[in-house]
Design a protein around this ligand. Structure first.
Ligand SMILES: *Cc1c(COP(=O)(O)O)cnc(C)c1O
Length: 209
């Protein structure tokens, strides 16, 4: 991808509460890595874009809800990489685009809405997509959550140049958490915070506990 090789800075958060406990708290500012492909999204897309190009595909297709940051990030990344983008959006088209979808559209993404029923049935959805958009598309799953997405997320910790014991991350699909987990040293631990509503979905998905 033609994004600069940006190393996100570590920002220390000062508060007496951390001093009392003897904890040093830092935020890894991955949100600064690109104005529109921010945070973990750049890491998840990096190797997928490379793979799409390697396979000679001219279009990226991905899917998500109307507020998916991944949808907007894919649109911006595709534009940078010179690839067309299609976003399969769950649910009905609303007359006013929200800021996420507006940004995606401004970056040239073709938005295509499907019913919640079809969206849920991933096999039927993929058949539908292949029939409609043909074979010259590179499909990135929901949230950029595939092996290459996880591989990219293994690089998140490589920009942390201080020793640390714990690393915390929000979890949607869990791809970011997986990449971080795979890159840690034995003595380091990670804590994932589920951000979606369905209780226990990460544990269920990864069959933990
Ligand atoms: C995408 C996103 C997540 C989820 O990342 P996963 O790799 O799907 O777990 C969490 N927080 C924010 C702010 C995001 O944009």
């Amino acid at each position: 991808m033609h994004t600069p090789n940006f190393i996100p800075p570590l920002q220390q958060i000062f508060d007496p509460i951390w001093d009392e406990k003897g904890i040093k708290l830092y935020v890894l500012r991955t949100d600064l890595n690109h104005p529109e492909i921010s945070g973990n999204k750049l890491y998840k897309l990096k190797y997928n874009l490379e793979e799409a190009k390697k396979q000679g595909k001219n279009t990226l297709l991905t899917l998500g809800g109307a507020f998916s940051n991944h949808i907007a990030a894919t649109a911006a990344a595709g534009k940078l990489a010179g690839l067309n983008t299609i976003g399969i959006i769950r649910g009905d088209e609303l007359s006013d685009l929200n800021p996420t979808l507006k940004l995606a559209k401004e970056n040239g993404m073709q938005l295509h809405y499907v019913s919640r029923e079809l969206y849920r049935d991933k096999e039927a959805l993929m058949n539908y997509v292949r029939t409609k958009f043909g074979e010259n598309i590179y499909v990135i799953p929901e949230g950029g959550s595939n092996t290459l997405g996880v591989k990219g997320c293994m690089e998140i910790t490589s920009s942390i140049h201080i020793p640390f014991d714990f690393i915390c991350t929000p979890c949607g699909t869990g791809a970011t958490l997986s990449g971080i987990l795979m890159s840690l040293k034995d003595e380091q631990q990670t804590i994932g915070f589920q951000v979606l509503k369905a209780e226990g979905y990460i544990k269920k998905k990864y069959k933990i506990g």
